[in-house]
Design a protein around this ligand. Structure first.
Ligand SMILES: [Zn+2]
Length: 273
């Protein structure tokens, strides 16, 4: 089955991973900007990173028949440096009209601090002024519920925001309903050590339906599994879901959400020559 991974950090992965994903049916992916594992020291470090995301990775992916899309921002883990964050936010528009750029992300909160909120709101303002879609990271484990609540409050307080153009990612059982009820898209991340397993993700599909729900691997430089979406497909099949129902979650839904971005020019595998 063809599928799309809507959240994966391929700059941290090998070319062998591209080959494996292609063999498993991955035809497109989107890569949000994230934390490199260390704090970058200057706006120039981000300019180089955005160059890599918008020029090199699409090329590396296309060698395996995979379309690569991306999102740009400074991550919440670096938001304590508000001055640098503002320099990066001011520089982002240089890249927004490049092919394959879907919007601003993954912005969000990490430890739910005041500076993280300031930088989050300034990213929202940039997205509204430039007409971009938004992809949001919600905090880990013990900070998740409160952080998700804070994020939803900031989003719903801004009347300019079209909720159908915002994806709130890394939802779990205790946050998925909050996000869907407010009219946003929700993403479930399949991680081997935290977040969600394929079985828990299928449980949530069975409980809430597939409307505005996505699944992703969020594969990165830490413990993660880039082939987690195929694991989800297998679990759906094992429980007797139809191919059409599975395809809706892993293929039709990402296309529906991404199609609201002017940078999303999708070349369906069925018609590729
Ligand atoms: Zn991520």
């Amino acid at each position: 089955m063809y599928y799309i991974d809507p959240h994966i950090h391929m700059v941290s992965r090998t070319t062998d991973d591209y080959e494996t994903l292609a063999k498993m049916g991955c035809v497109a992916m989107s890569e949000p900007a994230f934390w490199a594992g260390y704090d970058r020291g200057s706006v120039e470090g981000f300019r180089d990173y955005f160059e890599q995301l918008t020029a090199f990775e699409p090329k590396r992916a296309s060698d395996y028949g995979i379309q690569h899309f991306t999102w740009l921002c400074i991550n919440a883990k670096e938001a304590e440096n508000v001055e640098l964050s503002r320099e990066v936010i001011a520089m982002i528009p240089e890249f927004l009209d490049r092919p394959g750029v879907l919007g601003i992300g993954e912005i969000g909160l990490n430890k739910n601090t005041r500076n993280e909120s300031i930088v989050f709101l300034e990213h929202l303002d940039l997205a509204m002024k430039t007409g971009e879609q938004i992809l949001i990271h919600t905090p880990h484990l013990e900070d998740k519920f409160q952080g998700t609540r804070m994020i939803l409050d900031m989003l719903t307080n801004d009347s300019r925001i079209d909720r159908s153009r915002v994806l709130v990612d890394h939802v779990e059982e205790h946050t998925v309903e909050l996000v869907l009820n407010e009219g946003f898209w929700a993403g479930m991340t399949l991680y081997p050590v935290s977040k969600c397993t394929p079985a828990r993700a299928v449980d949530m599909i069975e409980m809430y339906g597939a409307e505005r729900l996505l699944v992703n691997s969020a594969g990165d430089w830490g413990p993660s599994k880039p082939t987690a979406v195929p694991d989800f497909i297998l679990e759906m099949r094992r429980r007797g879901h139809t191919e059409q129902a599975i395809r809706r979650v892993v293929y039709d839904n990402p296309i529906k959400f991404f199609s609201q971005s002017r940078g999303f020019v999708f070349d369906p595998p069925e018609v590729r020559s």
